[in-house]
Design a protein around this ligand. Structure first.
Ligand code: HEC
Ligand code: HEC
Ligand code: HEC
Ligand code: HEC
Ligand code: HEC
Length: 177
């Protein structure tokens, strides 16, 4: 009887381990650190942020009011590029999307799994800078994923281990529900 119970426990454990492996392998573990896909239009952050002094929120317009930071509509770009650099090859690609009334199919980089709740506005309004999590975007000629986005990364900041330090809830239900 004792032996049987032990084997049930072992197989139960294996089932959970297998399920957890499948969960992280297939159903969307966070995207990986360093990930830097080629984009359909080679958009230069350094030029727009440093030279033109554009605020991140000009394009990622809802980072301070919604869970989702927002991506710029083609119309936001064409506000300038209908005239600015209109004859450059990358801008001609942009204008082609505009003329077809299609959004630019930007390749998504940063992504946490569906079972994780990540509200941008709570972080931005608590004074955590974009760069704390996304690194020096203003210097990246091609954006890459700077942080791991794994659970240890989230929790170590919530318990006050980041530089500069912050504090936030770290009970399971804060991030999983
Ligand atoms: C003029 C508009 C514009 C401005 C200003 C801008 N961005 Fe972006 N951002 C984009 C576009 C377009 C993309 C998608 C193409 C790319 O990755 O370069 C993007 C991509 C990103 C991504 C990667 C998104 C993903 O898929 O995970 C991050 C992070 C980001 N921006 C952060 C910032 C930060 C931080 C600032 C301010 C320092 C900023 N951006 C300023 C337009 C802008
Ligand atoms: C406030 C005006 C403004 C907005 C809005 C803007 N840009 Fe620009 N962009 C510029 C200027 C100015 C340049 C530099 C043009 C030059 O070098 O002649 C530039 C340069 C570029 C270049 C480099 C062109 C090249 O090959 O030299 C790309 C690509 C680009 N922008 C894409 C975008 C995209 C995509 C968006 C929307 C997410 C956007 N821009 C929004 C003003 C803007
Ligand atoms: C506390 C860390 C943190 C801060 C601060 C932060 N982000 Fe993010 N960002 C993330 C995470 C995590 C994701 C992936 C979220 C998801 O999958 O829902 C992400 C995703 C993004 C994306 C991709 C969204 C998409 O729909 O493609 C953009 C763009 C972005 N962030 C821009 C910004 C900007 C701009 C700021 C500052 C105003 C900022 N972030 C502040 C952690 C952060
Ligand atoms: C660099 C620090 C930092 C990192 C990294 C970070 N957070 Fe946070 N988080 C905060 C701060 C600060 C707050 C706001 C606390 C407050 O307003 O009381 C917050 C708030 C939250 C909230 C809202 C909690 C509530 O009170 O309802 C959630 C959910 C959350 N974070 C999830 C995440 C997840 C998921 C990750 C990782 C993908 C993450 N955070 C990474 C600092 C961080
Ligand atoms: C501050 C946010 C945060 C808190 C608090 C948190 N988690 Fe997570 N958790 C995450 C993130 C982000 C991931 C996704 C990690 C990845 O994809 O690499 C995750 C993943 C997981 C996974 C899946 C692991 C895998 O490899 O597939 C489990 C199980 C889990 N968390 C359980 C818990 C439990 C139990 C607690 C409470 C003790 C907890 N989490 C607290 C953010 C959090």
């Amino acid at each position: 009887m004792a032996l049987r119970r032990k084997w049930l426990t072992v197989s139960g454990f294996i089932a959970i381990a297998a399920a957890a492996t499948m969960l992280s392998a297939f159903s969307g573990a966070s995207t990986s650190q360093g990930f830097s896909p080629e984009q359909p239009v080679h958009f230069p952050h350094p030029l727009h942020v440093q030279t033109l002094k554009m605020n991140c929120l000009y394009c990622h317009f809802s980072a301070n009011k919604s869970p989702d930071p927002g991506m710029p509509a083609v119309a936001t770009c064409m506000g300038c590029h209908a005239l600015v650099a209109a004859n450059k090859p990358e801008i001609m690609k942009l204008a082609a999307y505009w003329n077809k009334k299609q959004p630019v199919p930007w390749v998504r980089m940063h992504k946490v799994p569906e079972y994780v709740h990540f509200p941008h506005m709570s972080h931005v309004n608590a004074g955590v800078s974009c760069q704390t999590c996304h690194g020096p975007i203003q210097n990246m000629t091609q954006v890459y994923q700077y942080s791991s986005l794994n659970m240890g990364w989230c929790v170590s900041c919530h318990i006050g281990q980041s530089n500069p330090p912050f504090k936030a809830r770290y009970d399971c239900a804060a991030c999983h529900y």
